[in-house]
Design a protein around this ligand. Structure first.
Ligand code: PLP
Length: 403
C-alpha cells in the first residue's frame, strides 16, 4: 500500500531542549482509564508521586505537584513566600531568568537585577551576590533567585557557590532555584545544597509530556507562608498540604500524567540517578566535541558552566540559525531549539536530555552536520566522527571494552 501523501517515515527526532521524547513505557502508563481521584486507589498513586518527587529533588522536606507548566511553579515559589514590594535578587543568565524577573515585577515584587552576558552561569556573579547581600543591612532582600540550567544559553549554575555567597554575607534571604531543564538530567541536591525552593517541570529530564510542574520546599520556605502577603489561592502550599498528606489533591489532579510520573520516577531509579547524570554528561561532552570539530562556538563560554542537557551553538556572523533549523527540519524531520529573545537567529540549540542513548545522539549530530552543509554554513566536517570516537572510547558505564 502506498504511503499517504506527506507521510514521513520513521520517528520524528525531537531534539529541542524540552519537551523531550516520551519513552514508550511512559506512554503506555499514561494510556490507562482515568481513575476516580477521590478513590483509595488514587491515594496510592498520589503518594507514590509525591514521595517519589522527593527522591528526585533529593529532599526530605516538602514536594508539591501542580497541573501546570513550569511557569506556574515559578509563580508558586514567589507567592507562597513573599510580600508586595519585597526585594528579590535575580541573576539574568538568559531568557528564562529574565522571564522569571518579569513575573516577579508583575506580582508587585522589586527585583534587583544582576546582568550577565548570557554566556556563563549565575555563579559568575557570586561575588556580586555576596556584596549586594552584605550591603543590605536592613534585610530588604527576601530571596535570591537563580536558574540552574539556563535553557536559552546552555549554561549551568554552580548552585553550591550561590549558597556559599548567601552564607558568607550571613543573610537570611531564601534561595530559589529553577531546575526546569536540569531536574533528572544534571546532578541536583535540594537539601544538601541548602536550597529553599526548587522549581521543576515534567517535560524535560522527567521524560513526560508538558503539563506538570513542581516545587520542593525547605522548612524555612514553608514557614515563610505565615508572613508572606502576596495573594495566592490555586498555588497555595498550605491548601495542598492537607489533602497531600493522604495522597490527594485539593482539586482534580492530572490523573493520567501522574500515571506517567510514577513510571518515570521508577525508570530513573532503575537506571540510577548517578548513571542518569553520567549519561547526560557524556552526551554533552560528545556534542561539544562535535561542535569544536565543526569549527563552531558554543554560546556557553565558561567550561565549568557547560550544560549537560543542551548545547547552544552559535552560527558564524552573517549566517541564520533559523535557516539551519528549517533546513534540518525539512530534510531530516528533526526539531532543534531556536534562539530566544536576544539570541534569536544567532544560535540553534541541540537538546540531549531525557530518554537519549548513544545512537539517538549520533543520529542527532549527523542531522546537524548534514544540515550545516545543506544550509551552506561554513564549517569543517568531522564533528560526527569526533563524537563517535569519544563515545566509542568512553564506553557507557557497565560496558566492557575489548582488551
Ligand atoms: N525555566 C526554564 C529554565 C525553562 O527552560 C522553561 C521552559 O522551557 C521555563 C522556565 C518555563 O517553563 P514552561 O514553559 O513549562 O512554563
Amino acid at each position: 500500500m502506498q504511503n499517504e501523501p506527506g507521510r514521513v517515515a520513521g520517528r520524528h527526532f525531537l531534539q529541542i531542549p524540552g519537551p523531550t521524547n516520551v519513552p514508550d513505557r511512559i506512554l503506555r502508563a499514561i494510556d490507562n482509564p482515568t481513575m476516580d481521584h477521590r478513590s483509595p486507589a488514587f491515594a496510592k498513586l498520589g503518594q507514590a508521586c509525591l514521595e517519589g518527587m522527593k527522591t528526585i529533588f533529593r529532599t526530605e522536606s516538602h514536594a508539591f505537584i501542580y497541573p501546570a507548566s513550569g511557569t506556574g511553579a515559578w509563580e508558586a515559589a514567589l507567592v507562597n513566600t513573599l510580600s508586595p514590594g519585597d526585594a528579590v535578587l535575580m541573576v539574568e543568565t538568559g531568557h528564562f531568568a529574565s522571564l522569571w524577573r518579569r513575573m516577579a515585577e508583575r506580582l508587585g515584587l522589586s527585583p534587583i537585577l544582576i546582568e550577565t552576558d548570557w554566556r556563563a552561569g549565575a555563579d559568575i556573579a557570586a561575588g556580586e551576590i555576596e556584596g549586594r547581600l552584605a550591603e543590605d543591612r536592613a534585610r530588604t532582600i527576601k530571596a535570591v533567585c537563580v536558574v540552574h540550567n539556563e535553557t536559552s544559553t546552555g549554561c549551568t549554575t554552580d548552585v553550591p557557590a550561590i549558597r556559599r555567597a548567601v552564607d558568607a554575607a550571613k543573610h537570611p534571604a531564601l534561595l530559589m532555584v529553577d531546575t526546569i531543564s536540569s531536574l533528572a538530567s544534571i546532578d541536583y541536591r535540594h537539601d544538601e545544597w541548602g536550597v529553599d525552593v526548587t522549581v521543576g517541570g515534567s517535560q524535560k529530564g522527567l521524560m513526560l509530556p508538558p503539563g506538570l510542574s513542581f516545587n520542593a520546599v525547605s522548612e524555612k520556605a514553608y514557614a515563610a507562608q505565615k508572613t508572606a502577603k502576596l495573594p495566592r489561592s490555586f498555588w497555595s502550599w498550605e491548601e495542598q498540604a492537607g489533602p497531600n498528606a493522604t495522597g490527594y489533591f485539593p482539586y482534580t489532579p492530572a490523573t493520567n500524567l501522574l500515571y506517567g510520573l510514577r513510571e518515570a520516577i521508577a525508570m530513573l531509579h532503575e537506571e540510577g540517578l548517578d548513571r542518569v547524570f553520567a549519561r547526560h554528561d557524556r552526551h554533552a561532552e560528545a556534542t561539544r566535541r562535535a561542535v569544536a570539530a565543526w569549527g563552531l562556538e558554543t554560546q556557553c563560554r565558561v567550561a565549568k558552566n557547560h550544560s549537560s542537557s543542551l548545547t547552544a551553538v552559535r552560527v558564524p556572523e552573517g549566517q541564520s540559525a533559523d535557516r539551519v533549523r528549517a533546513v534540518i527540519r525539512d530534510a531530516f524531520d528533526m526539531s532543534l531549539g531556536n534562539g530566544l529573545s536576544k539570541l534569536a537567529d544567532r544560535v540553534f540549540r541541540i537538546g540531549h536530555l531525557g530518554d537519549v542513548n548513544d545512537l539517538t545522539l549520533m543520529g542527532t549530530l549527523a542531522g546537524v552536520e548534514m544540515g550545516l552543509g545543506l544550509a551552506g554554513v561554513p564549517h569543517k566536517t568531522g564533528g560526527v566522527a569526533a563524537a563517535m570516537a569519544y563515545l566509542a572510547g568512553q564506553a557507557a558505564p557497565g560496558v566492557a571494552k575489548a582488551a
